[in-house]
Design a protein around this ligand. Sequence first.
Ligand code: G3P
Ligand code: MG
Length: 235
Amino acid sequence: MEILAHRGASGTAPENTIAAFKKALVDGCDGFEFDVQQTKDGEIVVFHDWTLERTSNGNGYLRDHTLEELKKLDVGSWFNDNFKGEKIPTLEETLNIIPDDKLINIELKEEHSIERGTEKKVLDIIKKYPTKNIIVSSFSHNLLKNLKELDNSIKVGILLECALVNLDLYIENLGFKIDAYHPGKSFLNKKDVDYLNSKGIDINVWTVNTTKDFNLLKDMGVTRVITNFPKEIRK
Ligand code: G3P
Ligand code: MG
């Protein structure tokens, strides 16, 4: 089983920062999960919440700010004074520091699944990198469909925070091919795992922070875990 660092090593460094990604590399992760959103001026940045308050010294919705405004914010101090001065990274700045052999899971975020071209902007950026190591995931499956229509070679994974009655029927009727299934750890069952494995669909589960959960998922047969603590889970 492989270990992906959730928002970087977000248990020990401020989430979705270059510091958290560098820490995850030191911790020995196999890859990364991080969240991307579109700024007011059409740039793609790495940030989780719709609003700025929890993890920065800014206010309001991220999408109402330009990149220049967002770059003035401190996204490290809320976590720990040692990280004071960390800046919101762009998608490109993040991809530039990740070695080619690591798996990269870019989670596409767009509140209410609004279609304002975020998937096209992400695609234009990731095509400059080795895309075989990139999986784009989203809770907004409509945006993944758009992405696949733009470029069928891009790997995608559907995120779910629920268990479906007929996962097989859902997947078979999506209208596009998926490479991965990304469930919250409480919503996976053996029947779904067996179905997904029989179809060659990777199963990447979040957020797995304890040895107990790790072992349970390993016995079920999942492909990867996404964790805030890559070092501890590796141990
Ligand atoms: O991609 C896995 C997980 O990050 C999905 O939920 O809210 O942590 O981005 P969230
Ligand atoms: Mg995420």
